[in-house]
Design a protein around this ligand. Structure first.
Ligand SMILES: C[S@@+](CC[C@H](N)C(=O)[O-])C[C@H]1O[C@@H](n2cnc3c(N)ncnc32)[C@H](O)[C@@H]1O
Length: 181
């Protein structure tokens, strides 16, 4: 929905997208990002999360097929195998706000959304430093419990949060993995 109160506020505060309020909400509660951290932002376009990461005094590699205006844009599809070689370093924090372009065909959209969360977790497993933090958008459907269990296997603490700016009808939630094992 264009022009809702979060979109207006984002524009007034000089951010590219209303999603800024989600990461800010998560950061205020869990302090996932610290000054000087190396952060990987998956599904970063147009770039409000990356913009926020830079404001925190951290570095950001911003992955998306579309142009990301802030940080170091890595133009690639996360589903390509090459992603593991393209990302050369390890990160203190991995963020994923990946979302498929919706088709309107419900089961297909849900399936793609789950696939992207699983991919983000795979990338986090490979590219996060030990004790690193992970934030991942997840669709709350049948596979949610399994995904949550896998998060618990990989992180010391796992929390879930539905930030204020999440649209009412949306079934998305964010999982926060603190301290990679
Ligand atoms: C909700 S938007 C992210 C908004 C962003 N956090 C911000 O604050 O500006 C989701 C993004 O995921 C990206 N995306 C979806 N599938 C992708 C894929 N397979 N590889 C790379 N990016 C993908 C989309 O292009 C889109 O830009």
């Amino acid at each position: 929905m264009r022009g809702d109160k979060f979109t207006k506020r984002a524009m007034e505060e000089g951010y590219l997208a209303r999603s800024i309020f989600k990461i800010r909400n998560i950061q205020n509660r869990y302090h996932v990002i610290k000054k000087g951290n190396y952060v990987l932002d998956l599904g970063a376009a147009p770039g409000s999360w990356s913009q926020y990461v830079l404001e925190m005094g951290a570095h950001v590699d911003a992955v998306d097929v579309f142009k990301v205006k802030y940080g170091n844009w890595i133009k690639t599809d996360v589903l390509e195998d090459s992603i593991f070689d393209i990302l050369e370093r390890k990160y203190d924090v991995v963020l994923s706000d990946l979302a498929p372009r919706t088709t309107g065909i419900k089961h297909l959209d849900v399936e793609r959304s789950i696939g992207l969360s699983q991919r983000a977790l795979e990338i986090a497993k490979a590219k996060l430093k030990k004790r690193g933090n992970f934030v991942c958008k997840v669709f709350q459907g049948e596979d949610f419990k399994l995904f949550f269990e896998e998060m618990k296997e990989n992180f010391i603490v796992v929390r879930s949060m539905r930030p204020m700016a999440t649209r009412k009808r949306s079934r998305e939630i964010y999982l926060i993995g603190l301290g990679k094992k």
